[in-house]
Design a protein around this ligand. Structure first.
Ligand code: GLV
Ligand code: MG
Length: 309
């Protein structure tokens, strides 16, 4: 996690629809991306680029992390997406989301193209980050090499819908267990694989969309599972999902207070008392406890929590 900015809620905004773009500005999300990929019809792809450039340059996004999802490297649109968006609005952009990444080569391509454009138009080289979507069997197989492919990488993003299609899963509902699989969580391996690769390379791990947009309870259930594993956040498709994501991916107030207390107690124990292990109530703390507490405290501080005890 480190200095990477908070991504509890990542709003997906179809880049072709100025009405959605307008609404998105007012939502309390940590991050958003303007989509040029699957939410935009082929005949609208070129007009969408112009909308996206305008939406970024018009500003009004507050402290939200600003991304654009370009089309994947196998399409005819990808290179022009990158050129149009970065030449047109590179200074108003934090990251590009690259979908359907299947190997490190895809990331190298984007890194090189970004560097060329940054040099050509006088932008700081390397400032624009990359978020790599892992959404098929090849991407998952190569996920470690993908996570190591560029210093621009900030996150790995799970794409559940494309992933289910890629595996030939016998289900049409994203976020629920495929009917008939009653021996556990069908997605556990995929999620853990992505999370482990992300953490091994200091990246954030972001869960993808939940498509049943009015079923906020189902969204919460699905988000709670990846938040419990350690994911940093999740895509949101509708205002109804925003509050749930911000809440689920932040620690509870009680856990946050407790984490800060552990840090204080352990700091005192190691520096003043010169002890490596200490009791806090009935709980024994050591260096590993400090690391766990740092994670929870870090998530809480990033979410704007304040100590209440
Ligand atoms: C998102 O891109 C998905 O495929 O779920
Ligand atoms: Mg997808």
């Amino acid at each position: 996690m480190g200095e990477l900015r908070s991504r509890r809620s990542v709003l997906a905004v179809p880049g072709s629809n100025p009405r959605f773009v307008e609404k998105a500005r007012g939502l309390d999300v940590d991050a958003f991306f303007l989509d040029l990929e699957d939410a935009v019809a082929p005949l609208e792809k070129e007009a969408a680029r112009e909308n996206v450039v305008r939406a970024l340059n018009d500003g009004g996004w507050g402290r939200k992390l600003r991304s654009v999802r370009v089309n994947d490297v196998s399409t005819a649109w990808a290179y022009r997406d990158v050129i149009a968006v970065v030449e047109g609005a590179g200074a108003a952009l934090d990251c590009l989301v690259l979908p359907k990444v299947t190997s490190a080569r895809d990331v190298h391509w984007l890194d090189t193209l970004l560097t060329q454009i940054e040099r050509a138009v006088g932008l700081e080289v390397g400032r624009i980050g990359i978020e790599a979507q892992i959404e098929d069997a090849r991407g998952l197989t190569n996920v470690d090499a993908i996570a190591a492919a560029s210093p621009r990488l900030e996150s790995l993003v799970y794409g559940p819908a494309d992933f289910m299609a890629s595996l030939n899963m016998k289900s049409l509902v994203v976020g629920e267990q495929p009917p008939g699989y009653d021996t556990g969580d069908a997605y556990h391996h995929v999620l853990m694989r992505i999370l482990t690769a992300a953490r091994a390379h200091g990246l954030q791990a972001v869960d993808g969309p939940h498509l049943q947009i009015r079923d906020v309870d189902a969204f919460r259930r699905s988000a709670s599972r990846t938040a419990a594993l350690g994911f940093d956040g999740k895509w949101v498709l509708h205002p109804l999902q925003v509050e749930a994501a911000n809440e689920v991916y932040a620690p509870t107030q009680e856990d946050y207070d407790h984490a800060e207390l552990i840090l204080d107690a352990y700091e005192h124990a190691t520096t003043v008392d010169r002890r490596g292990a200490v009791m806090l109530g009935d709980e024994m703390l050591d260096e590993a406890s400090r690391k766990m507490a740092l994670v929870v405290a870090g998530k809480g501080r990033a979410a704007g929590l304040r100590r209440t005890s």
